[in-house]
Design a protein around this ligand. Structure first.
Ligand code: SF4
Ligand code: SF4
Length: 375
């Protein structure tokens, strides 16, 4: 970040950025407070941002708390992720009527601007690009939404208690893929956002917003705040070869221990920004004349998920948890060239019994080490 390229917006400038994006035809989606949580929703103005709200989280726990300042990005991840806008939970694939026959469902063109995307979540969008947007048969709905996307990222200066992005290499500094990146700072000099531009589209939008040049001191202050956030992670994945550990732990007694706690509710897969599995269902109206094929998210924790010709392959909770974590942290590498986990911590906070993916992997690593020592 060089002083001649970084600029600063004040709080009114952030509101103006949102106005400019809306005037430019974008649906601006960002964090707001609803139902006692930070959710992601369409914003009509910057007044809807969660000013002064923070989050306390722990395994199986998520609570909003009042902050002592008016930070708008001073909260960690809520129950939702950006996945719901790029890969919606429900979608009609086609409809069929007697006179029209089969036709693909209409999908209005979208031009979304995501505001406040953290490093972990930007990495999760890159994973979805590889899973849904690449290959011989990309998901055309995802590709269309992705193509029109404008990303305003937010560097993280206050990690949540369940975050572990540093050990997954995804944060707190946002990686590539943004149009604009903000670092929010509040001190005696005021409330401001250091802005870095990452694309021509970002440059075009920033030309319409009044911003002043950043000073050297403001740039190093923002850089130091993000670097310091990396030292305040409460959790980390164990530093071992996770795919090998999972492959060699297939028969570990630890799976039974997890199964004794796991409710197989599937919450972890629903909140995960990278879990992408879907199923399709054909439905008709009562006359049988109008038919639709619908797609919806599914979870590998559902018994039906592994149903093959007369029965489910993974009947036990232990086999289903092992499948989820082995894919997420192990075979995802073989399939898509990276881990499927970005360290956002959502699955830890939103697991009703507080199962912690980092703690389970640490325990597996301990057991493997002990087994190796015992010969
Ligand atoms: S790990 Fe937790 S969230 Fe996931 S299925 Fe089991 S109980 Fe539900
Ligand atoms: S597995 Fe958990 S921590 Fe990892 S990306 Fe999914 S929800 Fe986030």
């Amino acid at each position: 970040m060089a002083p001649d390229t970084a600029v600063v917006l004040d709080r009114a400038g952030l509101d103006r950025l949102i106005e400019v994006l809306i005037d430019d035809g974008y649906r601006v989606i960002g964090p707001t407070v609803r139902d006692n949580a930070i959710v992601l929703a369409e914003l009509a103005s910057g007044r809807e941002l969660p000013a002064g709200w923070g989050v306390d989280s722990a395994p199986g726990r998520y609570r909003l708390r009042r902050r002592e300042d008016a930070a708008v990005f001073g909260h960690s991840a809520g129950p939702q992720s950006w996945k719901q806008f790029l890969h919606p939970p429900h979608r009609t694939l086609w409809t069929s009527d007697p006179d029209v026959h089969v036709q693909p469902a209409d999908e209005p063109p979208t031009r979304d601007a995501f505001l406040g995307v953290r490093g972990c979540d930007l990495a999760s969008i890159a994973i979805l690009d590889r899973v849904l947007g690449a290959g011989a048969h990309p998901d055309s709905s995802f590709a269309r939404k992705r193509q029109g996307l404008f990303v305003v990222a937010a560097n993280c200066t206050e990690p949540g208690q369940v975050c572990f992005c540093v050990s997954m290499g995804t944060g707190p500094q946002v990686g590539p893929g943004y149009d604009i990146a903000l670092t929010e700072r509040i001190d005696e000099q005021g409330h401001r956002f250091l802005v870095e531009v990452g694309s021509a589209a970002g440059e075009r939008v920033m030309a319409l917003v009044t911003a002043r040049s950043a000073t050297e001191a403001e740039i190093s202050d923002a850089r130091a705040a993000v670097a310091e956030a990396a030292n305040r992670m409460y959790r980390a994945m164990p530093e071992v070869d996770l795919p090998t550990l999972l492959r060699e732990s297939r028969e570990s007694p630890h799976w039974e221990d997890v199964a004794n706690r796991c409710l197989t509710c599937g919450n972890c897969t629903m909140v995960c920004p990278t879990c992408y599995c879907t199923t399709t269902e054909d439905v008709t109206d009562l006359t049988g004349e109008h038919a639709e094929r619908q797609q919806r998210w599914v979870s590998c924790f559902e018994l039906d998920y592994s149903y093959v010709h007369g029965g489910s392959v993974r009947k036990s909770g232990e086999s289903r948890y092992r499948q989820w974590i082995s894919h997420k942290l192990g075979t995802w590498h073989d399939q898509f060239g990276s881990s499927g986990c970005v360290g956002c911590g959502r699955c830890i906070a939103w697991c009703p019994v507080g199962i912690d993916i980092t703690a389970e992997m640490s325990r597996l690593a301990e057991l493997a080490e002990r087994g190796a020592a015992d010969g």
